[in-house]
Design a protein around this ligand. Structure first.
Ligand code: ASP
Length: 572
């Protein structure tokens, strides 16, 4: 139906007769009959000069036959790739009429998201969405190529499965053949990829759809895509190298530049310096240790397990209102209080300055390398609380927008095996129950000093977003049993839930390790979007609904009957 795509035409095409198809964008009248019409397809926009364009409205689908000609000099448009030329239309055919679009399609307007999603097919025509989908396709393709270059093969795993152990709520699907029984939709292909290793696949990957019934946020959807990978006869460094190579290729496919080697930081160091296990290293404002400075202080509020501070360069002019708001915010994050200090020429200006000795004040200024005009924030509390609160405050004060500050990938390694102890006294796995403890810490398993056991688990972080996680796996049944029992999972329960995995271990399991990272998050950052919904063709809203198809929706009684289900009235 066409000889060319709109966005591809250039001055060299001058004089050619072309046939183009696309949507009518903006039009500008020129005298009584002539109109300039922007014709748009996926490749871009070209200006068409139409004589008698009365019946061409916005978003009509048309076919144009015409000649490419140079625009008169003073009308060339340097901001448009096709801006040197225009099409002198000889024949225009309307292929499809259109109602006026529900919202303007230029990229400048802020449009209600529900409206956009309800008419996603119109929204997708916008240049920004077209670009985001193209970035997505590029990243998918680069990831596949990079994994294959490294000897991985793509294996597809099922969607209807028994529950997986990622720790979120499952989406379930009722079974018609066995009323009262349910499939779970995979939170990840975790168990299947481990079984692939036992099955001799050696290096597996998949761009896998994962489903988790969790509350949605800007960087979270019910369903999302992961690059999921697993390899046999490898250690942690091998996995980091595979994944580093792949994200470098993905990045290069979009930016044209290959990022350098990805630095590593231990979980503990990340917590101490950045107050986070996913530090955004695009900016400084690191947490400074002050516990020693106030070791002998008379000031009650500073007689705490730990004191740390952050320095906001040039922040002394923050208004009192803003400081009060930040204090309130910190309390909501769980702080007992927040101490602020303005660094002035003649000393520290702060409500607590009078409680601190001159020595303490000067040691503080020195340790924090404070300059006149800076603002200091201090928190005193238990160590984990101090790290947590200052970590959040640091982000609040310093985080650059997604499009600034470059791409800072970071490996966080040596995660703890357990992240805490629940009310029933059972430790909670920081990653998942198949993660291998650090070799050096294996003896702590028996000692009861559980929270100090490091694991062979690692996260990949990009600009403060957790891109993904992975670990070296337990490949021996007896260690796996030991971990299950520490987690409070009885042998019967372990058998019932993961018996197939424990059975498989008996038939020759190679040492193996793996990783998964969120494609949506990586693509969003590479496309310069804050919200992953902008890089997903058909996302759900923040409340989990799809305004386009009205999912989720009720099913009829006959269908319920067939599945052996009855719906209870809504809870009061
Ligand atoms: N299955 C894990 C996840 O989805 C990743 C991994 O351990 O490979 O987070």
């Amino acid at each position: 139906m066409r000889t060319d795509r709109c966005g591809d035409l250039r001055l060299e095409d001058q004089g050619r007769t072309v046939t183009l198809c696309g949507w009518v964008g903006r039009r500008r009248e020129h005298g009584e009959h002539l109109a300039f019409v922007d014709l748009r397809d996926r490749s871009g926009i070209v200006q068409v000069v139409v004589d008698g364009a009365a019946d061409l409205r916005s978003e009509y689908v048309i076919q144009v036959e015409g000649t490419v000609r140079q625009r008169p000099n003073d009308t060339a448009n340097a901001s448009l790739a096709t801006g040197d030329i225009e099409i002198d239309a000889q024949k225009v055919t309307v292929l499809s009429a259109a109602e006026p679009p529900p919202f303007p399609l230029d990229d400048r307007t802020d449009i209600d998201e529900t409206l956009r999603l309800r008419h996603r097919y119109v929204d997708l025509r916008r240049a920004r969405m077209q670009r985001n989908l193209a970035v997505r396709a590029q990243v998918n393709s680069a990831v596949r190529t990079a994994m294959e270059e490294q000897g991985f093969i793509e294996v597809e795993t099922p969607m209807l499965i028994a529950s997986t152990p990622e720790g979120a709520r499952d989406f379930v699907v009722p079974s018609r053949k066995e009323p009262g029984s349910f499939y779970a939709l995979p939170q990840s292909p975790q168990l299947f990829k481990q079984l692939c290793m036992i099955g001799g696949v050696d290096r597996y990957y998949q761009i896998a759809r994962c489903l988790r019934d969790e509350d949605l946020r800007a960087d979270r959807q019910f369903e999302f895509m992961q690059l999921d990978a697993e390899a046999s006869f490898v250690n942690q460094e091998d996995v980091l190298a595979f994944i580093s190579y792949t994200v470098a290729s993905a990045t290069e496919s979009v930016t044209g530049q290959r990022p350098g080697e990805i630095p590593q930081i231990s979980w503990l160091e990340a917590q101490e310096r950045f107050g986070s296990d996913k530090p955004d290293t695009r900016f400084g404002m690191e947490l400074v240790e002050l516990t020693e400075v106030f070791a002998g202080t008379e000031f009650r509020a500073f007689q705490a397990d730990c004191i740390k501070g952050i320095r906001i360069p040039g922040g002394a002019d923050l208004s009192r209102n803003r400081l009060d708001d930040l204090t309130e915010q910190c309390k909501q994050w769980g702080a007992k209080g927040l101490v602020w200090m303005r660094v002035e020429a003649d000393g520290l200006n702060s409500p607590v300055a009078k409680f601190l000795t001159d020595n303490e004040q000067s040691a503080l200024r020195q340790t924090m390398e404070a300059q006149e005009g800076d603002l200091l924030f201090l928190v005193a509390d238990e160590r984990p609380a101090v790290r947590h609160i200052l970590g959040l405050l640091r982000i609040e004060m310093g985080r650059p927008p997604v499009t600034e500050g470059g791409l800072n990938f970071l490996w966080v390694v040596d995660f703890p095996l357990f992240e805490g102890i629940d009310e029933a006294g059972n430790p909670q796995p920081a990653h998942h129950p198949f993660t291998m403890p650090h070799e050096e810490d294996l003896e702590l398993l028996a000692s009861g000093d559980l929270l100090n056991i490091r694991s062979q688990a690692y996260d990949l972080v990009l600009n403060g977003w957790e891109l993904g996680s992975g670990s070296v796996r337990i490949h021996r049944g007896e260690i796996q049993q030991q971990i299950f029992s520490l987690l409070g999972i009885s042998p019967e329960e372990a058998q019932e839930k993961f018996g197939f995995l424990l059975d498989a271990f008996r038939y020759g399991a190679p040492p193996h390790a793996g990783f998964a990272f969120g494609m949506d998050r990586l693509i969003a950052i590479l496309a310069g979007e804050e919200n992953i919904r902008e890089v997903i063709a058909y996302p759900k809203t923040q409340s989990g609904a799809d305004p386009l198809t009205s999912a989720p929706n009720p099913i009829d009684d006959r269908h319920l009957e067939e599945l052996g289900l009855r719906v209870l009235p809504p809870r009061q």
